[in-house]
Design a protein around this ligand. Structure first.
Ligand SMILES: [Zn+2]
Ligand SMILES: [Zn+2]
Length: 125
């Protein structure tokens, strides 16, 4: 049962974390989620290229650069998103901390500890 519980956490897509905030706690799983922005640029002429995210990969929409015809590209991670970059930028939700998970672990340990102490007290009677 515990395993199912953990599995569910991993499958959370943090859909309720707003895109326009830098980071926020997911209301569904309690994880601290950061919105990261990426730009795909041409490796030859450096122009911003329209891109999409496919599973965990970021790829340009077209094989060849519309400006210079090159196929090489690189991914640039952005600290801040500019309004002009929004049409090109790809964002990804990255989990920074699983807040709730660590808290619940401490709780289990505490409860077990109290239970053991109770048993010891009963033995002493
Ligand atoms: Zn979540
Ligand atoms: Zn180019």
């Amino acid at each position: 049962m515990l395993f199912d519980f953990l599995k569910q956490k991993h499958e959370c897509h943090h859909a309720k974390v707003p895109v326009d905030t830098e980071e926020a706690y997911c209301p569904d799983c309690g994880a601290l989620v950061k919105n990261k922005w990426y730009l795909v640029r041409c490796g030859c002429c450096n122009i911003k290229r329209a891109a999409r995210s496919e599973y965990n990969d970021i790829k340009p929409n077209t094989k060849y650069c519309p400006n210079c015809g090159a196929t090489e590209f690189y991914i640039q991670e952005l600290d801040n998103i500019n309004f002009t970059d929004v049409p090109y930028a790809i964002y990804k939700k990255v989990v920074i901390r699983q807040e709730k998970f660590t808290t619940s672990q401490i709780w289990i340990e505490k409860e077990e500890y109290l239970l053991q102490e109770k048993k010891l007290l009963e033995l002493r009677k």
